[in-house]
Ligand binder design. Structure first.
Ligand code: SAM
Length: 250
């Protein structure tokens, strides 16, 4: 069996001609890190829903050249837009949510500063952190075959996040006993185009935050009788929403 081709996102405009030249970043990743060489084939995408099979014609440390052999539609993105408002937690755990959420099908991540958030204070400047988050979702989207990487917004205070959230708003809360997330979404009379999902930090949401979410029209839902860590809750809740909407069907 032939191995599937590896996929990479390239900057918009890179694939306009049959002969392509790509810059030092990709040359480093493909040539130095992945040891790809002249003659190898890869799939390249500008993130616009199409992907291109490219044969490498030259790999050096500062540039990569190739020739486009064919073009096809990339895997479609989920029809429903799932926006995960994930409260900030310890950096490595937040990174895990970005990676796994991307694989599952989250369309947009909004990091939320809620009352009990562990604001990531390990000295990493905001710009570097944003760049790292972006790299994580790009690599996860490449690996999982998504047509475009999800967006990662700048962190927002909880109140602003609740105000800007659109569509069907859901807040998993460990104090909720009656309403299960998956069952609730499956029973909606109209399939939502957008779902905004709020997940609390390690210490949970404060009562006032739950109240504010409720007042803004969010449904408070349960993820079952066991208390999940915040990163587990973000990943599990995303999968439950997408499954209930049929986005994980074969
Ligand atoms: N501090 C809380 C406690 O010990 O009771 C637990 C908070 S939990 C670790 C972090 C977040 O995950 C919560 O704010 C909630 O959004 C979500 N979560 C975890 N388990 C849940 C469950 N069984 N049902 C609904 N939401 C849950």
């Amino acid at each position: 069996m032939t191995e599937p081709l590896r996929r990479f996102f390239v900057p918009p405009g890179s694939l306009r001609a049959r002969n392509v030249t790509l810059g030092a970043d990709l040359a480093h990743r493909l040539g130095r890190v992945l040891r790809l060489k002249r003659g190898d084939r890869v799939l390249l995408s500008e993130g616009g829903g199409r992907e291109y099979e490219v044969q490498l014609t030259g790999v050096s440390s500062y540039a990569l050249t190739g020739v486009v052999l064919g073009e096809r539609e990339a895997l479609p993105e989920p029809e429903a837009t799932l926006v995960l408002y994930q409260s900030l937690i310890r950096a490595n755990r937040f990174d895990l949510v970005l990676e796994k959420g991307t694989e599952i099908g989250v369309s947009r991540f909004v990091p939320v500063i809620s009352a009990r958030s562990l604001v990531q204070g390990d000295g990493e400047p905001a710009a570097a952190r944003g760049e790292r988050w972006r790299r994580i979702v790009i690599e996860a989207a490449e690996q999982s075959g998504r047509g475009r990487p999800p967006r990662v917004e700048s962190p927002l205070p909880f109140e602003e996040a609740v105000q800007q959230a659109r569509g069907e708003k859901l807040m998993p809360y460990e104090g909720e006993r009656g309403r299960s997330l998956g069952a609730y979404v499956r029973r909606l009379s109209r399939r939502p185009d957008i779902v905004s999902l709020f997940v609390g930090p390690e210490g949970g949401f404060e009562d006032a935050e739950v109240e504010l979410a409720r007042e803004s029209g969010a449904e408070i839902v349960s993820l079952g009788p066991r208390i999940l860590r915040s990163e587990t809750a973000g990943i599990v809740a995303s999968a439950l929403v997408l499954d209930a909407l049929g986005e994980l069907d074969a």
